[in-house]
Design a protein around this ligand. Structure first.
Ligand code: NOJ
Length: 550
């Protein structure tokens, strides 16, 4: 299956490349950078939403699924993007955001009239004893219901008030989704990344259990009704095309994930889970806790071994930059570069389809904003309000928001040293990170020792090794700093095992490989983050090494 042996690249269009000087990235900008994407060794692009939208949640609030946001270009531009990508052997998957629409979508506007046939497209309820219809809270840290004067009732909205949830108990809504899928598949899409896809079906609207996190989620997370819809979409539309789906699945555990993605069940082809990025966070994913490499290996192992196929990712438009999160960018910046390479080696030696997020390939770091006013992210503002209510002091609130804000990943792509980092000729919609003169694509392209060139080298190593793509994942050892694992595959012709051993150092100290595992490293390193050609049993600070045992 083509989507198993390719590397995917996520584009967040408004921050990728501006072509018309309005400070917002656009589709012609993406087209102008397809060669750079191709050179990286990428075969799939996941395009974050480009549909018509009032942008209350940066395009994840769609007002017309079959039209393009004029800030990004036109449908003709989109068709050209499909064609130009195809010329380079790159397939495109679209972002399917169907838990909710924008409140400006025609369906919702009509639905505000209680007598309209569209009323049941959404979830409307009267208040209860002068209060909201139930005690649910949403994902943006506030209430889950919004009152509509015109209707005299509340509508459910698990995200922003401008993102009303669709009602999946109404078969007409499912028929509408089928039309959207067909529209994009016919245009040339090769699949979909499905936004919060395990929460679309609300089984009941009863009060939720008291929770500091998302209250009420037990009534709609990974429900049987949800599975049925996924099977129906697959059977009636997706299976008729050469395409795949990757689901974004919130708060999912391994058992639920298997039900959603085991091939025999014919639901999703793979999914994004969050566990591995939360090993150093507690409650509601924003309060930090100490990073331990051992814990990371434990979580990675659980998912690598537990699922038939993985979607592997370390970054996306909702997550902090990985080199700031698990790497050295903030802990010990002199190892910024090496740690970014070590993390590249890690991601590209895991089993599954890897997704690289724009800027990850040059080691872009978290933003350097100084206060909340500079942030655009609705979630950061919601979090600040909630923490204020809980009387959490200002400096702690800011520290936590700084580390977790979704804007960390949304600052403009750093292409070169010119003003606004070559992203745009005008002031961008969100500030460029001040480090763009040091961290940018153009300088790394020229430098053989750069993070960018390391990603390219790793992509080539992976491409030439079925073992690194499909092989079994075997954990070997971990402590607080060091991780060792192997990948192993039986070669069909020779019947011999092909094996690789990988060691990663998540610290600024030199770490010794424990004696009993030394023999696994007797081969010559295929590649290492530090560039060491020989391996003497010790890993340099933040180094990663890949050794072939075959
Ligand atoms: C997940 C998306 O990745 C995020 O950016 C968005 O805010 C929510 N879903 C709501 O669509």
């Amino acid at each position: 299956m083509w989507w198993k042996n390719r590397i995917a690249y996520q584009i967040y269009p408004r921050s990728f490349q501006d072509s018309n000087g309005d400070g917002i990235g656009d589709i012609p900008g993406i087209i102008s950078r397809l060669d750079e994407i191709k050179e990286l060794g990428v075969g799939i692009i996941w395009l974050s939403p480009v549909y018509k939208s009032p942008d209350a949640d940066n395009g994840y609030d769609i007002s017309d699924y079959c039209d393009i946001n004029s800030k990004f270009g036109t449908m003709a531009d989109m068709e050209k993007l499909f064609a130009e990508a195809a010329k380079r052997g790159i397939r495109i998957i679209m972002d399917l955001v169907i838990n909710h629409t924008s409140d400006e979508h025609e369906w919702f506007q009509k639905s505000r009239d209680p007598a309209s046939p569209y009323r049941d497209y959404y979830i409307w309820r009267p208040g209860k004893n002068g209060k909201l219809p139930n005690n649910w809270t949403g994902f943006f840290m506030d209430k889950a219901w919004e009152y509509d004067e015109k209707s005299g009732e509340y509508y459910l909205r698990l995200f922003d008030k401008k993102q009303p949830d669709l009602n999946y108990k109404n078969p007409k809504v499912i028929e509408e989704v089928k039309k959207i899928l067909t529209f994009w598949l016919e245009k040339g899409a090769s699949g979909f990344r499905c936004d919060v896809i395990n929460i679309i079906y609300k089984t009941s609207l009863e009060d939720g259990k008291k929770s500091l996190s998302v209250q009420g989620i037990e009534h709609y997370k990974s429900q049987e009704g949800n599975h049925k819809i996924l099977r129906e979409l697959r059977r009636d539309v997706l299976d008729k095309y050469d395409c795949f789906t990757v689901g974004e699945t919130v708060f999912v555990d391994l058992k639920e994930a298997k039900l959603l993605s085991d091939e025999s069940r014919k639901e999703l082809n793979m999914l994004f889970y969050f566990d591995h990025l939360e090993v150093d966070r507690r409650i509601a994913q924003f309060i930090p806790k100490k990073f331990r490499a051992r814990k990371l290996l434990e979580v990675i192992t659980k998912w690598q071994q537990g699922l038939e196929w993985n979607a592997i990712y370390f970054e996306n438009h909702d997550q902090p930059r990985i080199v700031s999160h698990f790497g050295a960018a903030e802990k010990d910046s002199k190892y910024w570069k090496r740690s970014a390479k070590m993390l590249a080696l890690f991601e590209l030696t895991l089993r599954g389809t890897p997704f690289i997020y724009q800027g990850q390939e040059i080691g872009m770091t978290n933003f350097d904003f100084e206060n909340l006013n500079e942030l655009n992210d609705a979630m950061s503002h919601g979090l600040d309000k909630l923490m204020k209510k809980l009387c959490i002091p200002g400096f702690l609130r800011w520290n936590w928001i700084k580390a977790s804000s979704r804007d960390n990943a949304r600052t403009p792509m750093q292409w070169d040293e010119s003003e606004y980092a070559g992203f745009s000729k005008a002031k961008p919609w969100l500030g460029v990170n001040g480090n763009y003169k040091k961290i940018n694509y153009a300088s790394q392209k020229k430098d053989p020792d750069s993070i960018l060139n390391f990603y390219k080298a790793m992509a080539a190593v992976r491409k030439n090794s079925d073992c690194l793509i499909y092989g079994e994942f075997i954990p070997i050892y971990a402590d607080n700093r060091l991780i060792i694992y192997q990948r192993r595959l039986k070669n069909k012709e020779s019947q011999k095992d092909e094996t690789y051993t990988i060691a990663l150092n998540f610290s600024s100290r030199i770490v010794k490989i424990p004696g009993k595992f030394l023999s696994l490293f007797s081969g010559i390193p295929v590649i290492s983050a530090s560039g060491q050609k020989e391996f003497n049993g010790s890993l340099l600070p933040w180094d990663g090494v890949l050794v072939s045992n075959t």
